[in-house]
Design a protein around this ligand. Structure first.
Ligand code: IMP
Length: 416
């Protein structure tokens, strides 16, 4: 158990970090976002209600938790104000006691958003939120910081502070702090599949630079991995099932009536179990509701990639991992795990496109596991799947998630 814990995305984002952070935030006194902006989209379900955050740390729905938006983030002031207003309308209090915004965080301007519609941004498949252009201005040393706009943004002004001192004081006084990563390891501008990456450092090192906390003050690092892999936007994806072109052609499952949806799902499941890669991918997309929270785009889906997983263990110095959406794999006869690229692994886009993945085949399970709360009650095949991933990654699983709700979590080790 640590007092300060960094949580990163282990894959290409959308691993369900929001839910795990929300689950752990119950024990934390401080939750801090350290990188990215409203390119992130975190869904948190509490007491039957669903909240979607793009900028606010996931701890904002917990009473008594201080939420910090760190200096490493980039902020669209309008979006942040809208998020605060929505929460207030739902009855949550957002005041100086539970939200602090770094005066050194950079501001996304209209010009940044316009620049993010360029041909280059489209080639990368960015979220179009102005993230890259804002970081360009920051690194170019002519950006606008929150301290520059504080006077003109009345609603946010009381929250804009020296969060570095605030956070270090909290750590010094023994408070439990969660560093909430956005995006993920393989989207890191230094360590991801460059150039198909975001413009910040979502890996664990970013938690230090993005908040002003020294590395010796970080107690543990965990990553959230989905039980399979998804990716949005362009870029190489060795374990992809079907192609991005095929995914783009699909009509959104969520637009169908429940009956029509069920029928299609049953057909797709039958085809998936006849070993059609595309249909397995589509089944995962449907079961896992793999459509972007920020953009609504269908996500590309693929088998769990233990080679990329081991890389995430290395570049983040992981001490454990959390496995989400294990329930989504239910109903597949066989489940595969990529355990080799047939040569050395190079995670640049050019290097990764050369990967020749080979797979271990594991037994699937039929049962709905979304109501299971004890590890030993999982079907034998599901336990074997989890343990094989632990073995391949070389670090233990801390939490297994079997559904989107806070209580749909099986805890193996207390992280905070
Ligand atoms: P940007 O961060 O908007 O510049 O987009 C760069 C790349 O990162 C694109 O491929 C995006 O789809 C991807 N990306 C950015 N944020 C997220 C996220 O929260 N989840 C998944 N992918 C993301």
């Amino acid at each position: 158990m640590a007092n300060t814990l960094v949580i990163v995305g282990g894959q290409w984002g959308d691993e369900g970090k929001g839910k795990i952070v929300d689950f752990l935030a119950e024990k934390a006194q401080v939750v801090v976002r350290y990188s990215g902006g409203n390119n992130a989209g975190h869904t948190v379900m509490v007491g039957g209600a669903t909240y979607k955050f793009h900028l606010l740390p996931s701890g904002i729905v917990h009473k008594g938790t201080l939420n910090i938006i760190g200096n490493g983030t980039v902020i669209d002031v309008e979006v942040l104000q809208r998020e605060i207003a929505t929460l207030e309308k739902a009855g949550f209090k957002v005041d100086e006691q539970n939200l602090a915004i770094s005066s050194a965080a950079h501001v996304i301007t209209e010009r940044h958003k316009q620049l993010d519609t360029s041909e280059h941004s489209q080639k990368i498949g960015t979220t179009g939120r102005g993230i890259g252009p804002c970081y360009m201005d920051k690194i170019g040393r002519h950006g606008v910081r929150m301290s520059d706009v504080a006077a003109s943004v009345k609603r946010l002004k009381p929250h804009i502070k020296d969060t570095v001192t605030l956070l270090n004081q909290a750590i010094h006084s023994g408070k439990k702090v969660l560093f909430e990563g956005a995006q993920a390891t393989l989207l890191d501008v230094d360590h991801g599949t460059y150039p198909y990456v975001t413009s910040s450092n979502p890996t664990a090192g970013g938690a230090c630079t993005g908040t002003g906390v020294g590395p010796t003050k970080i107690g543990a690092v965990t990553a959230v991995f989905k039980a399979y892999v998804t990716r949005v936007g362009e870029g190489p994806f060795p374990t992809e099932l079907g192609t991005y072109e095929q995914a783009k052609q699909e009509t959104s499952f969520s637009n169908l009536t429940p009956e029509a949806g069920m029928k299609i799902k049953r057909d797709v499941q039958a085809k998936a179990n006849r070993n059609s890669d595309y249909d397995i991918g589509r089944y995962l997309r449907m079961q896992g509701m793999e459509y972007g929270t920020t953009t609504g785009r269908p996500r590309r889906t693929g088998w769990f990639d233990a080679v990329a997983g081991r890389y995430a263990v290395m570049v983040n110095g992981l001490s454990s991992f959390c496995l989400t959406k294990l329930d989504v794999l239910g109903g597949l006869k066989e489940i595969k795990i990529c355990d080799s690229y047939g040569g050395s692994a190079d995670f640049s886009a050019a290097g990764l496109s050369q990967a020749k993945p080979s797979y271990l085949t594991m037994k699937g399970w039929e049962q709905d596991i979304s109501k299971v709360r004890e590890y030993d009650e999982l079907p034998q095949a599901a336990q074997e799947y989890v343990e094989k991933i632990e073995e391949l990654l070389g670090v233990p699983v801390a939490i297994v998630s079997v559904g989107p709700k806070r209580d749909q979590s099986i805890v193996r080790t207390s992280l905070l």
